[in-house]
Design a binder for this molecule. Sequence first.
Ligand code: NZQ
Ligand code: ZN
Length: 391
Amino acid sequence: MLNFVYDIPTKVFFGKGQISHLAEQIKRFGNKILLTYGSGSIKERWLYDEVITILKAENIQYRELANIEPNPDITSVREGIKICKENNIQLILAVGGGSTIDASKCIALGYFYDGDPRDIFSKETNITQALPLWTILTLAATWSEMNAWMVISNRELQEKLSYVSSILCPQFAILDPTYTFSVPLKQTIAGIVDIMSHIFEQYFSPTEATEVQDSIAEWLLQTCIYYGHHVIADLQNYDARANIMRAGSLALNWLTGLGKEQDRATHSIEHALSAVYDITHGDWLAIVFPHRMEYVLWDGTDTKILDKFVDLATHVRNIPFLGEPLAIAKAGIHALQNFRSQIGAPAKLSDVDIITPDLDLLADKIIAHGPIGWFKQLEKKDVISILQACE
Ligand code: NZQ
Ligand code: ZN
């Protein structure tokens, strides 16, 4: 296991009615806030009204940034920074999923930078401050509400770029599973796939002797599968929504990843694909992940890789430990694929209306900064093979 520091500064209020803590927490940091949200799902329910009622009752001054798009665009970030600067905003309250929260993180950082926020992703800006960020999560998937990452798209340049800094961790997060009752089926499925992909990427690491992290990861995957079935059967099942939300929280807040080299190759593929084809993050992952697993396992000659897939098959999918290890490993991948199709996740590019893509161009984008992946390094030819299998 590698050395690490575990420091998650986000204070989480989990469960029904936790919004009652909103005003007291905001007032600790200021009285002028920017309220951010997406294309309007919070207005279709009572959540928007509830937030506004609290802000008004507590005399908290607010400005709004609405219409943050899924796969948030840098243009929304620019608009948000402008509002913050013009109104001396003291903190940001993001109400939504990963897109709204990520855009808010970029605004929080860009507030302390005089140039264009796109520069942040060039890693040369060295901004050391960010506005405090509060979140109310409405969709369990990315765990952006408790981590230090942000992912921002630039549609004009066909880019989707990520950035990590500890100063981006939100200070405060309300996680009320009832807020996710209205998440549509398609988005619920994509969220489950995203959560499981985050766990896989930390599980499949070349670092050895990480049984604690790996056992937690296996338990989280089983939870996603068990409650995934329940939530798909009943989108308003509180226990299922709560467990998926909690699993999502633990999937990407370093719990299973620290102390290990982390392999984000599938997300690197997704980011490049998403920059060209603006489709749902989790849909991409559902299509790419099984093929990447099969490609990495290949004929099982790399015994370290084979052993890990055997663990996954036997511990997570309860495949009996009988017979050839390669057959066990493949049966595990197959069983995971079955789960994805049972819940209705897309399986191939045509399922998301992508026909005859330019694989060469996509592969160049994916490895623009060199080979990807730690568990098994992928070069252009590897990436093309994986994409071909997705067709
Ligand atoms: O636009 P709104 O009104 O918010 O509607 C959203 C959107 O249409 C809707 N939705 C959210 N909560 C809802 C709801 N609809 C009904 N009821 C609710 N309670 O769902 C749609 C998708 O929302 P979005 O925020 O885009 O989804 P998600 O949370 O999956 O975020 C995806 C973005 O996060 C990035 C992805 O790349 C993508 O840009 N990621 C961020 C990460 C991070 N910061 O750590 C890691 C992830 O791997 C990921 O890359
Ligand atoms: Zn993700």
